[in-house]
Design a protein around this ligand. Structure first.
Ligand code: AMP
Ligand code: GLY
Length: 423
């Protein structure tokens, strides 16, 4: 069986490595993939947003594509699954009408309000004057969000009224996030530990995966700019059995049912970004896809065959599968290029010793003149799995020590927040 995976980062590398554990899997094509995953997949130079080229590739009989996994948000929101299904390729991932749960914050906030799913209180604005006058009396700190996809940067937490107004002007007048800023959400600032829960859902059943904790800021001790994620651990100690039960009853099932009721059945990986507030768990955001770098700690702990689970989602038979996770712990440390997430250099030679390659998920690398070189801000993630969280952390940093490229930078405290959870 040949599988096409749309996307090219660390998340996709983790998905590909896991899919390969199934002996039935033949060739995996990564579109576009990256040079660092060339030994695991055939990388094809087609961009993840180029739906025409993706479908043409999938249709070509010489590629014999049997199944597709669409991993990133952009192609999902653009309708990549719809396009592939229309030429008869079964897919893992939501159609565009369901991917809107991530593609539009206005949509997801209104959905939660309509169906009583706990989230931060909010107002939607499409007029800058109205937004600015609302801010005259809004509680501070406050959170300003651009409506559409904004490369994970469309959220500004304003500590002062001035900062909040500047954020509104930058989104609505200066269009720093393009059309994503035509509509904005201004919402209540919530406090509490954050938990990421990825789930498999086929629209009938929702199966949460093991919980995880992201580390979004660039610097140690959660300082510096927000990034795509600098490391993760799983499970997340704040996601207790009681919290899990409450999430299932008040958030996961109601969300699945709400999407069905709206005629937007969600099939794929639905990601719940949660905050465990003193009033219980609330939704910070939905993503219509696997998280990155959450996937790099969640999938290594998955004991059930990934392809089997994905196909059960596609065929709406998820309830027939027992999805099992190991009771071990995983830690992923992201190695980035100095300067990320703002400005960084590329093209440094990258060495990953062969004996640890199975634990390294490459996000940004290319092969130039036969050498593997860095080609992105987030370059790779090193994941270790162990019996305890302290051991997983220690082992992940041992892997980091053995990978080399110039100007590498990484956080030194991945997992420390989880260790201190109930200390
Ligand atoms: P997002 O890009 O939606 O993942 O948001 C980035 C980060 O902003 C989240 O991981 C939270 O840490 C924070 N955030 C978003 N919304 C809120 C909120 N209402 N209150 C407090 N923090 C928030
Ligand atoms: N790590 C957060 C995300 O994938 O959006």
């Amino acid at each position: 069986m040949n599988i096409l995976v749309v996307g090219g980062g660390g998340r996709e590398h983790a998905i590909i490595k896991k899919l390969k554990e199934n002996p039935q899997v033949g060739t995996i094509y990564a579109l576009p993939g990256n040079g660092g995953m060339a030994s695991d997949a055939v990388c094809v130079n087609i961009g993840a947003k180029d739906l025409e080229a993706i479908t043409a590739f999938a249709k070509d009989p010489s590629n014999a594509v049997d199944y597709a996994v669409v991993a990133p948000d952009d192609p999902l929101v653009l309708g990549c699954v719809d396009a592939l299904e229309s030429i008869g390729i079964p897919c893992f991932g939501p159609r565009a009408n369901a991917a809107i749960i991530e593609g539009s914050k206005v949509f997801s906030k209104n959905l939660m309000k309509k169906y009583g799913i706990p989230t931060a209180a909010y107002e939607v604005f499409d007029d800058m004057g109205a937004a600015l006058s609302y801010l005259e009396t809004a509680p501070i700190p406050t959170v300003i969000k651009a409506d559409g996809l904004a490369l994970g940067k469309g959220v500004i937490i304003a500590q002062t009224r001035e900062e909040a107004k500047e954020a509104v002007v930058s989104m609505m007048q200066e269009h720093v996030f393009g059309k994503s800023g035509d509509h904005i959400v201004i919402e209540e600032f919530l406090e509490g530990p954050e938990v990421s829960v990825l789930s498999f859902t086929d629209g009938k059943t929702v199966v949460p995966m093991i919980s995880s904790m992201d580390h979004k800021r660039a610097g140690d001790n959660d300082t510096g700019l927000n990034t795509g994620g600098m490391g993760t651990v799983a499970p997340n100690p704040y996601y207790t059995d009681a919290v899990a039960k409450e999430c299932m009853e008040r958030i996961f099932l109601p969300t699945m049912r709400a999407m069905n009721a709206e005629g937007r059945t969600f099939k794929g990986c639905l990601y719940f970004g949660l905050m465990i507030t003193k009033d219980g768990p609330k939704v910070i955001e939905y993503n219509c896809r696997f998280g990155d770098p959450e996937t790099q700690v969640v999938l290594p702990l998955l004991e059930t065959d990934l392809l089997t689970v994905m196909q059960a989602v596609t065929n709406e038979r998820l309830s027939e599968i027992d999805v099992k996770f190991s009771d071990k712990h995983a830690c992923c440390v992201i190695m980035a290029s100095e300067g990320y997430p703002v400005k960084y250099e590329k093209g440094f030679e990258l060495t990953i010793p062969g004996d640890i390659a199975d634990h390294v998920y490459v996000a940004g690398a290319a092969i130039k003149e036969g050498r593997l070189v860095t080609n992105g801000g987030r370059v790779l993630g090193c994941t270790a799995v162990a019996e305890s969280l302290p051991q997983a952390i220690e082992d992940a940093y041992k892997l980091v020590d053995r990978v080399h490229f110039d100007n590498a930078f990484f956080r030194h405290d991945i997992g420390q927040r989880a260790l201190k959870a109930f200390a």
